[in-house]
Design a binder for this molecule. Structure first.
Ligand code: A3P
Length: 338
């Protein structure tokens, strides 16, 4: 691992990859002391999920969840980005990084880290690092730290979930579009049909599923403490990205000033983090993102970036069935997708 710059002289967030370098190994090993717990958990699906406290989590990640619950050391000012997989994580990472780091890295600048790095290389994935026994890499980051997780809210370390000094920004997405996005993403690494994935989704057995439980956990947390948990929806962000960037900046404690507005900073952030711009950077990148265990190419994080692609993959009957399940699960919560 490259020697990290002294955290005390840097102000975060800084690109994760610039701090930890390219070395994925770092001499650490996945925590094996949880093997007995993990091997006793119910298992399901071709992609090797385990049922852990109500969540379907890949076997590899269960270790990370337990390890994070026991070992995560929070710092005042930590910002955590939460999401179910394939719901806008990459975009939220880019926007949050660009907003929080805009003094050090002006969004319109040619040298901005997001013009050379995938957002996953700028913002570390906490679950993966704990799963790999590489959580020390988080210690190398200067404060405030920006990290992300796919954990259910109920699985978060108490040191995050109950910590008034740590804020969470959550993004979710219309669940049928999530299933379609997941299909395109996972089929690169596993063999299964869309019909199979759809059946698993109906049973809640997708990575970090059931997606409705994932969404409900953060939804309730944001209703209980809106100043600590911000709840975003991918479709609404696409409809008004500049408005959402302003809200995000306020929530992250970095509101745009009148001078920032006059300089067009919110629009510059949106442009820097647009689907086209980030996809263009990823097309020039080789290898996979920092910390990812399964090799997903940089480009696999950018597919269509649109709403409603489920219509190209699901029959009307499939859509009705899935909608009815989600509607039933969300009933009474004040949240709906259709
Ligand atoms: P699609 O597969 O529907 O195109 P995640 O980042 O959580 O893995 O989510 C991936 C989804 O977000 C993909 O959706 C991807 O194309 C989309 N996405 C990635 N970057 C985006 C951006 N800058 N703006 C809008 N959507 C983006």
């Amino acid at each position: 691992m490259a020697a990290p710059p002294s955290a005390s002289i840097l102000v975060g967030p800084v690109p994760f990859k610039d701090v930890v370098g390219d070395d994925d190994d770092n001499g650490a090993a996945p925590p094996d002391e949880y093997d007995d717990i993990v091997s006793a958990l119910p298992t399901s699906t071709t992609i090797g999920l385990r049922h852990y406290h109500g969540a379907w989590v890949s076997e590899w990640r269960v270790r990370g969840v337990i390890s994070a619950q026991r070992r995560f050391v929070p710092r005042p000012g930590d910002m955590l980005l939460g999401s179910p997989p394939k719901c806008g994580t990459t975009w939220l990472k880019a926007l949050s990084f660009a907003v929080m780091a805009r003094d050090a890295y002006p969004p319109a600048g040619a040298g901005h880290p997001l013009r050379r790095l995938n957002p996953h290389d700028c913002v570390p994935f906490m679950d993966e690092l704990f799963s790999a026994g590489q959580q020390a890499k988080l210690d190398a980051l200067p404060s405030p730290r920006l990290m992300n997780t796919h954990m259910h809210h109920s699985l978060l370390p108490a040191s995050v979930a109950d910590n008034p000094a740590c804020k969470i920004v959550y993004v979710c997405r219309e669940p049928k579009d999530m299933v379609v996005s997941m299909w395109h993403f996972l089929r690169g690494a596993w063999r299964f049909t869309f019909a199979e994935l759809f059946e698993w989704a109906c049973e809640g057995k997708t990575p970090n599923g059931p997606v409705w439980e994932h969404i409900l956990g953060y939804w309730r947390a944001s209703r209980a403490a809106p100043e600590r948990v911000m709840f975003l929806r991918y479709e609404e962000m696409l409809a008004d990205p500049i408005g959402h960037v302003r809200e995000l900046a306020r929530f992250l404690g970095r509101p745009f000033s009148a001078a920032d507005e006059a300089a067009g900073l919110p629009a510059s952030v949106v442009e820097l983090c647009s689907f086209e711009a980030l996809r263009g950077v990823s097309a020039r990148s080789v290898g996979s993102c920092s910390g990812s265990r399964v090799e997903f190419s940089h480009q696999s994080y950018f597919r269509k970036g649109a709403v409603g692609d489920w219509t190209n993959h699901m029959t009307a009957d499939m859509a009705r069935r899935f909608d009815a399940i989600v509607e039933d699960k969300l009933r009474g919560s004040g949240l709906a997708f259709n």
